[in-house]
Write a protein that binds this ligand. Structure first.
Ligand code: SAM
Length: 288
């Protein structure tokens, strides 16, 4: 199946309009592989035929399926491991101290894909039951793709997926074997909730998230959109919150609303007052 320039431009345009993700020329080779299964499933013989159906707007659900197929959902448990250790070592003790009164910590995994990031966080807390006894740990995972959110809610993984990032002890402790693989046990599933959310839209629950993970999500957005999303995430956090990005990602030069944490390299802290941060993101949208 050959992807013509005009077809790949239309598909890349659709993906960017819906999610902000840019399919640069060097990444357009993905189109063919990413859409092969969808074409088969829908009985559409060629990409040109697919484009015709999309352009005529006959099947709105098809456009959503195309976008979902083009998104990169790569993820695994405790991805890059070290940032999770850093969170446990540098951020959680300070937050535990600061939240003694409410005994509540709220975490947002933004762009959570099939949920491994959120379940990794849940395991971190669940593996220290004495320290967190009596605390409410509220973990929200969101993603623009409904189909990965459905999978995340299910908490079911293949043998291959469950082994990526988990040792055998963790796997056996937190997952039960099913006919098709492994499923997170109920107490772990109860610690996390998942809902669809597009980062191009304002975040859920402004001012609420003590920790935000936005990892490997914004790499292919243009700098203007990336800056706007960082500003909005800052507006969704209290003054003493923490932002964690993917390996090789940074906020430096993208937004003035976060700064690197001098005590925890790799974590970022909101800058300015919560009020300023909340209005900042929206001012940026209003002024373009
Ligand atoms: C490469 S995965 C990263 C998953 C996880 N954060 C990790 O680092 O392992 C990127 C995820 O971001 C989601 N995503 C892309 N654009 C988005 C947007 N505009 N809003 C919300 N999620 C988005 C994709 O659907 C995908 O599941």
């Amino acid at each position: 199946m050959q992807v013509s320039d005009s077809s790949s431009r239309i598909l890349a345009g659709l993906l960017e309009a819906r999610t902000g993700q840019q399919l640069t020329m060097s990444r357009r080779w993905r189109i063919e592989t990413a859409l092969a299964a969808l074409l088969r499933e829908r009985g559409i013989p060629t990409l040109d035929e697919l484009i015709t159906i999309l352009v005529m707007g006959r099947e709105p659900s098809l456009a959503t399926q195309v976008v979902e197929a083009l998104l990169n959902n790569e993820t695994y448990f405790f991805r890059d491991r070290a940032p999770f250790d850093l969170l446990a070592r540098a951020a959680l003790p300070k937050l535990a101290q600061a939240r003694q009164q409410t005994r509540r910590i709220t975490i947002w995994s933004a762009g959570c894909s099939t949920g491994q990031e959120a379940y990794s966080l849940a395991m971190m807390f669940a593996e220290d039951p004495v320290k967190w006894s009596g605390w409410t740990i509220d973990i929200l995972g969101t993603d623009v793709s409904d189909c990965v959110i459905r999978r995340a809610r299910e908490g079911a993984y293949s043998q291959f997926e469950v082994q990526r990032g988990l040792g055998i002890t963790q796997m056996i402790r937190w997952f039960e074997e099913t006919e098709n693989g492994w499923r997170a046990i109920e107490p772990l599933r109860r610690m996390v909730r998942f809902q669809p959310q597009n980062l191009l839209e304002p975040p859920p629950h402004p001012g609420k998230f003590d920790i935000v993970l936005c990892r490997n999500v914004l790499l292919y957005l243009n700098s203007e959109r990336r800056g706007l999303i960082f500003d909005r995430i800052a507006g969704a956090m209290p003054d003493d919150g923490y932002l964690m990005l993917g390996a090789g990602e940074t906020v430096i030069g993208q937004t003035r609303r976060f700064e690197a944490d001098p005590d925890a390299r790799g974590l970022y802290r909101p800058v300015g007052t919560a009020e300023d941060r909340r209005s900042g993101g929206e001012r940026r949208t209003a002024t373009g």
